[in-house]
Write a protein that binds this ligand. Structure first.
Ligand code: GLU
Length: 308
């Protein structure tokens, strides 16, 4: 069982399309089931209409899924219950520190522990053992508190389905419930992947630093762990993260300029090393020959110019 998990914080771009295509191929080539989950809990960043647009873009690409669409914003009670369980187990505690305070308190600049990308400053444990409850934190400080998960390990080794054995470096306690009471990504994704019986989590390797955190949550909650498969991030030709400077790589932009879904899938297939030449095709056409081992281990480079 696999899943597509778009965040409706903007339009789908080439990088999303690439990851979703690979996730679809990986699961479907083995006869598995794929689900769709809309990760719309990142309040201020969620854009109106982006969910519908993402669904339309996925369909346009030729990707499909089974069953009902899961929407994270309708599952808040479940996240709350899981968070409470972690608090009851003594594994999570209220924290009133702001991002700025964490930055300032962190004794050293955040080392790039994963080799993949920075993942925020290391939390120095300021609020550990400081408050008995969220209310207590509010009363003592006048601030709303977040909840942080206690991390006593520095490594959570795991075997990645693409990258092999990983050290799984992890630094510091991390937020599982935000100050506004909403779930943090790390928690919601674990609760949902477990609830949906997802056995393969395929995503780009910019999320690799999240995996040790998620594994600790699976273990703390006694949930079965999926296989994590991190594929190289799609970056610009200049080696930098895809951004405006690489042109408009949104699927909508390509569609408006007459690029067909077949052209796009064919381009991605070549880019990923699944095919030697760039020929228009459907995801279905790639199923029979799909092999994750054909993917290059280094970051994939692409931009809008090759398609327009
Ligand atoms: N919703 C996340 C994103 O769009 C993906 C989360 C995940 O695959 O774990 O980046």
């Amino acid at each position: 069982m696999g899943r597509l998990a778009p965040s409706p914080t903007g339009v789908l771009h080439l990088g999303n399309a690439r990851t979703f295509l690979l996730a679809w191929l990986s699961v479907r080539s083995l006869g598995g089931t794929l689900l769709l989950r809309i990760e719309d809990i990142d309040g201020p960043r969620v854009k109106a209409g982006a969910t519908e647009q993402a669904i339309e873009d996925l369909r346009w690409l030729g990707l499909d899924w089974q069953g009902e669409v899961f929407v994270q914003s309708s599952r808040r009670m479940l996240y709350r219950a899981a968070t409470q369980r972690l608090v009851d187990l003594g594994l999570a505690y209220p924290c009133i520190c702001t991002r700025k305070e964490v930055d300032e308190a962190a004794s050293a600049p955040h080392a790039d522990i994963s080799g993949v990308g920075s993942d925020g400053p290391i939390y120095p444990g300021t609020c550990r053992g400081r408050f008995t409850s969220l209310d207590d934190a509010k009363q003592q400080t006048g601030r709303e508190a977040a909840l942080r998960f206690r991390v006593d390990a520095s490594e959570v080794p795991f075997v990645d389905g693409f990258r092999g054995a990983q050290i799984g470096a992890i630094a510091g306690d991390f937020v599982i419930q935000k100050r506004d009471g909403g779930p943090a990504y790390q928690l919601a994704v674990v609760i949902d992947d477990a609830a949906q019986a997802v056995s393969e989590v395929m995503r780009a390797d910019d999320l690799l630093p999240s995996t040790p955190r998620q594994l600790l949550l699976y273990r703390a909650l006694g949930l079965p762990e999926p296989m994590f498969v991190h594929v190289p991030l799609l970056i610009g030709k200049d080696g930098l993260r895809l951004a405006k400077r690489h042109g408009d790589t949104s699927l909508r932009h390509f569609r408006e300029r007459g690029v067909s879904a077949g052209d796009l899938v064919g381009y991605l297939a070549k880019l990923c090393g699944l095919r030697d030449s760039q020929i228009a095709c459907t995801p279905q056409d790639l199923l029979a020959e799909f092999d994750l081992r054909k993917l290059s281990v280094s970051a994939m480079r692409g931009d809008d110019h090759e398609l327009l």
